[in-house]
Design a protein around this ligand. Sequence first.
Ligand code: F6R
Length: 610
Amino acid sequence: MCGIVGYVGADEVAPILLDGLSRLEYRGYDSAGIAVWSGQDGMQVVKAKGRLQVLSDIVAGGKNVTGSIGLGHTRWATHGEPSDVNSHPQVSEQGRFAVVHNGIIENYMQIKEFLQSRGVRFVSQTDTEVVAQLLEYYYDGDLMGAVSKVLHRIEGAYALGILCADCPDKLVAIRKDSPLVVGLGEGFNLLASDVTAMIKYTREVYYLDDGEIAVLDKDGVQVYDGYFQPVEKELHHVDWEISAAEKGGYEHFMFKEIMEQPKAIRDTVFPRIQDGKVVLDDFTITKEYLEELDKIYIIACGSSYYVGMVAKYNFEKLLRKPVEVALASEFRYCEPIVTDKTLALVISQSGETIDTLAAMREAKRLGARVLSIVNVVGSTIARESDDVIYTWAGPEIAVATTKAYSTQLAVTYLLGLKFAELLNTISDEDYGELVRALLTIPSKIEEILAHKEDIQHYAALYFNHNSVFFIGRNLDYAVSLEGSLKLKEICYIHSEAYAAGELKHGPISLVEDGTLVVALASCTNLFDKLMSNVKEVKARGADVLGISIESQREELHKSVDAAILVPDIHPMLLPSLDVIPMQLFAYYVALMRGCDIDKPRNLAKSVTVE
Ligand code: F6R
């Protein structure tokens, strides 16, 4: 979603803002803009619909706009279509305030009507313009006084960057329910939606907490709480390399991230297996707690939710405890049955997804203990959880997740083992077998990746289909949901994943000559049943691409038109292998259809609006 960058220092700011925005492009956006102040030219605002390159061309890579304080923004439209005028920064009528915003001002209409009744003229359809106009309305020479009054008036979720022409040595950054990070440099300071935008300039950061306000000038940063009392912030050092957020010779981030999965899983899993046992640092859940547990409630969105679907099958099998998986956006409004004996397992790559965050807070309010699986260190979900297990996937830049999904899956295996060990629901033999199998996942994924050309071949056969079904049973069903989502997201193909047994209850009416059905048949105990479903769709004209394990090679070939085989592995871990060909298939199909793979239309990486 919207990306924010701000800089105050001694250097020319426009190229720094453009560079920072280019590193936030992955978040998804439809327009971009910058506001730069200089003594000579005053407040200069340049905005353009479309890719960042359009803006960059207008300002000649930043050379046309001079000044050493400014704000930049990439917009993902919520209120008002993507257009130059609706792009940020939004500026107050008299041009004194420039504002960039990520989030939604929920009561913007009331404020707009109030200001209009007092003669203020609006030019955009955005909710953000009310913040700029309201600042101007309240401003009487005291910047922080105006900020304070605005904060009392606005409702919703926001990360805000504010530049005031009367205080041109300061940037104000405000955070409520939308991420914002402050970077500390020598003779300059920065703000941004996430650290990727600032890592080139500094690695020392403050993660702002909800309700905090930061005032940056070139020599320092002061952070205040919601009552404008100074806050001592903990300094964090970001230790990943900038190359981790660069393509490094690959054509697309998504492909790079698919290829990085063996390493990401090794980094996530191997240090946590010691002497054949799962060891989780800072993990405070006890045997006594687990014994009392009434339910595990898994809460997440999108692919993270699909990880939860896999985890449900495995946890229930391993632990014999009820597990419910909830879409975060539904959880809050379904009067969930949560007690102080409920464990909320929250899964989020970004750690900032607003629905997941809100659902997690609701679960906590109802008494649940929160354990989260998060990729971004210092993110809000990580900080507000009772326990957090990080996925060490490194920064994921492509909008469509691959390595974050795979590392989240890996963490659920670790958790399943840990819980089963504590609850004593697994024999030593089964435990040892599962741990040993877990350690083979990265090398088995490498085997699949080494044959990626086979999958490219099938993509070439089927890339023209406009309707695809994924079918599977049990874990195969759970992972096919992710395969189907990949195809929707990056190939713009309408695809549905069904529990194969459900087909006959309705969706089979859609199967006709040439419909592509991807049949996941790696759960050997359900192989024959799945093949019956394959026969049913073939009888109605479908082309079937089957995915199964090597040991089913012969049987699979008998029933399907094309077959992809993955190495055999412990049945509970199959999703980690099955997902790889589905990711590659979607990638190659998207490539053949000429889609914008890393930045699919309408999508954003970190979904910070409800
Ligand atoms: C799909 C994808 C999304 C995310 C979802 C949740 O490829 O990436 O469906 O999984 O938006 O995001 P996080 O995990 O950051 O909470």
